[in-house]
Design a protein around this ligand. Structure first.
Ligand SMILES: NC(=O)c1ccc[n+]([C@@H]2O[C@H](COP(=O)([O-])OP(=O)(O)OC[C@H]3O[C@@H](n4cnc5c(N)ncnc54)[C@H](OP(=O)(O)O)[C@@H]3O)[C@@H](O)[C@H]2O)c1
Length: 323
């Protein structure tokens, strides 16, 4: 009898897990021949899978990464899996505004088109594991960028803010063009504090605030870009089996492997909503929208406040010295 119960329980759990992990694929088969897509952090996780998908559709794909060796390896894989030789990498460190400016200068010189910009690179707050020391997932001291911004806010929001603004003229030349920015459903757990945009205390909150900033950024960009033919979308890719745990302690990694296997989706599926927003005509009807699972999703009311979005845009312009 116990054997029967065990088999039944296993079957039920299997189908519940399968249902929980069920995700939609982008069914729009639009090709991107002759178009150029730039993907930040395209050397791993959701970014790399997005690069494969866009290369498969015929786009020239440029991945912008901070680690040249890792990027070179990723380019080889993207070429192979995307069946395209039209893939390249360029060096970019979003934690350093000088690097962002330098990258944009090189990109604008080299690349004549920019049709799709995917602001994917993401910094999780983390603690490096030191040799012979057990590292715990909750860091006591959080990192800062070279310019003195909190790592999450600096990379996830400000780096992409400066990048997008500097590349905007090229996006405007290639209309209709799109900017897809990766956010996270965790946005809902925090609000922005304009007295302390550089909040850097609890990792989870720091990350959530940066992802809320990605949503406001998308809304304001959509408003500014609409008349010029540049549209913007914010995407929560779902919880994805990417390599974000790699900097954590062995114990935490092992625990997360089990959790990820059970509840998280493969990176290829995580990339589907990004691809959907990059190509689909249906998505284009929701300029400034927030997307989950290849369809528009509803944001909490505080995250739809256009006044806050504009205020963040203006504050960001000052912080990255665009004005
Ligand atoms: N994974 C999830 O469950 C999940 C859930 C919701 C939202 N998201 C969002 O989805 C996006 C992709 O996540 P993922 O899980 O695919 O992440 P991932 O596997 O950790 O990849 C992140 C990428 O960003 C790059 N990156 C980090 N800091 C950078 C910097 N300063 N300059 C340039 N590149 C930098 C990394 O480069 P290196 O290889 O050099 O580290 C890596 O290629 C992120 O924005 C994340 O916040 C993910």
């Amino acid at each position: 009898m116990y054997v029967l119960y065990t088999i039944l329980a296993s079957l039920v759990s299997f189908f519940i897990l399968k249902w929980l992990k069920k995700r939609r694929y982008c069914t729009d088969l639009k090709r991107l021949d002759g178009k150029t897509a730039l993907i930040t952090g395209g050397s791993s996780g959701v970014g790399k899978e997005t690069a494969v998908a866009l290369a498969t559709r015929g786009a020239r794909v440029v991945i912008a990464c901070r680690d040249a060796e890792k990027a070179e390896k990723a380019v080889r894989e993207i070429r192979l899996r995307g069946r395209s030789l039209n893939v390249a990498h360029m060096e970019l460190d979003l934690a350093n505004m000088a690097s962002v400016r330098d990258f944009c200068e090189r990109f604008l010189q080299k690349e004549k088109r920019l049709d799709v910009l995917v602001n994917n690179a993401g910094e999780e707050e983390e603690e490096e594991e030191e040799e012979d020391v057990v590292a715990y997932p909750m860091p006591s001291v959080l990192d800062w960028t070279d310019d003195g911004f909190s790592m999450c806010f600096g990379v996830n929001h400000l780096g992409h803010f400066l990048l997008t603004n500097t590349l905007l003229p090229r996006l405007k030349e290639c209309t209709p063009s799109r900017v897809v920015t990766l956010t996270c459903s965790n946005y809902k757990y925090q609000k922005l504090d304009f007295q302390d945009l550089n909040y850097n205390l609890l990792p989870f909150f720091t990350y959530s605030r940066s992802k809320l900033a990605n949503i406001y950024f998308t809304q304001e960009l959509a408003r500014i870009g609409e008349a010029k033919g540049v549209t913007a979308y914010a995407v929560h890719p779902g919880f994805v089996q990417s390599g974000w745990t790699c900097h954590y302690s062995f114990l935490f990694r092992m625990l997360m492997q089990v959790v990820m296997w059970m509840f998280f989706v493969p990176c290829e599926l995580g990339a589907q909503t990004v691809v959907y927003c990059a190509v689909s005509e249906a998505a284009a009807k929701h300029n400034g929208g927030y997307f989950v699972d290849c369809r528009p999703a509803t944001l909490r009311p505080f995250a739809r406040d256009s006044g806050v979005a504009r205020k963040l845009w203006e504050a960001s312009e000052r912080l990255v010295k665009l004005v």
